[in-house]
Design a binder for this molecule. Structure first.
Ligand code: IMP
Ligand code: MG
Length: 181
């Protein structure tokens, strides 16, 4: 029995596991000898973040931030609000912002500008899914799992109206089923 029969699976558990494994290997190599501060961009990155962190073979500290572009629907607007900020001083630290998906780029752009001002030793980005065709703000992505088409996806942390986050795979919501913008 599947949990959601109507969903079209885009990346199954095995594909996600492999992608996370490869990203973690690359990040571990790049930050060898350094101490990494991983920032989980809530809520969508939660599952990816937890899996990625466990695959790293370098020391990593955790911080959490929550930012959202206004609205809870499928259309990203460009106004970004921070509802939870990083709780510690990041100056002199090697900071890696981890998000589940980058769409217009507005959220990541906002966070990069915000945290660059705090003087980190380095500041990079990791995203599992890149909806590149939908980008309106040019944002550097240092670590990317998959590039995906401009379709609304859920699962593995990603939601539609707060639903589907706990699915272990990434799926496409049928048209008309996604939360209204
Ligand atoms: P951006 O600011 O337009 O790049 O949007 C980033 C945020 O929009 C993500 O962190 C998600 O919360 C949300 N988002 C964009 N596309 C999707 C999607 O296909 N599924 C679920 N959430 C999405
Ligand atoms: Mg959402």
């Amino acid at each position: 029995m599947t949990r959601e029969d109507r969903l079209e699976i885009l990346f199954d558990e095995q594909a996600l596991k492999q992608a996370v494994f490869e990203l973690a290997a690359q990040i571990s190599r790049d930050y060898a000898g350094k101490e990494l501060l991983l920032v989980c961009v809530l809520k969508g990155a939660a599952i990816f973040f937890a899996d990625l962190a466990r695959r790293l073979i370098i020391p990593a500290m955790f911080e959490f931030a929550q930012a959202s572009s206004y609205g809870s629907g499928t259309v990203s607007s460009r106004a970004v609000a921070v509802s939870k900020d990083i709780g510690s001083d990041i100056s002199g630290k090697h900071v890696l912002l981890v998000d589940g998906i980058i769409d217009t780029g507005a959220t990541m752009d906002f966070l990069l500008k915000r945290y660059r001002e705090r003087g980190p030793a380095s500041l990079r980005t990791a995203v599992l899914l890149d909806k590149r065709a939908h980008r309106t703000v040019d944002v550097p992505i240092d670590y990317r799992g998959f590039e995906i088409p401009d379709r609304f996806v859920v699962g593995y942390g990603m939601d539609s109206g707060e639903k589907y986050r706990n699915l272990p795979y990434i799926a496409v919501v049928p048209p008309g089923d996604a939360a209204a913008p």
